[in-house]
Ligand binder design. Sequence first.
Ligand code: AR6
Length: 185
Amino acid sequence: MAMEIYVWKGDITSVQTDAVVNAANSSLGGGGGVDGAIHRIGGPKIAEECRILKIKKYPNGLPTGQCVLTSGGQLPSKYVIHAVGPVWKGGEYWEASLLETCYKNILQLSFERAFESVAVPSISTGIFAYPKELAAPIAIKTVLEHKGQFPRKLIFVCFDQETKDLYEEILNKSGTEYKEGISSF
Ligand code: AR6
């Protein structure tokens, strides 16, 4: 069964899915943007799980492109996949391949956990300054190439209209069917 693609404009902390993806950083210590919102709404349980993961598994930080799972705390979604996207440094520091790896790892983890629905923000395109128009095709291509049975539903969560328009334009050009969705998947 082909994966269902959704494009949804809004705040990722209000989405109800099996998992939401956090645009985290290597320290797993929280931050601004999606990370700030997830910790603010999700409550202290998520931060505590991150702290333990950092001590036990990633004392030197979670490498760029990798991801780890925690519970969703008080979020409507059950789990959070904390993923570290690349910082944009002009494009000659493997940013594209690191961003692709990041999405592949999110999809692989979602497959292994048999998640039905996973919501993903536009990783790296905020504080990490990855140009939105360069990041969106990588996000979409990597998702469309994913072969596993899970996740069954992939929701691209766009925080602003510009990002939503960009995703829809790329999906339309590639002839990919998608739905607009509501906040519960
Ligand atoms: N829901 C959905 N999308 C959002 C939300 C939200 N609540 N808030 C922002 N966005 P960013 P990054 C969009 O900065 O670039 C943190 O400090 C935003 O408009 O959250 O990967 C971490 O700790 C943009 O399109 O993540 C790291 O240090 C996209 O989500 C660093 O920021 C990603 O923006 C990670 O930076």
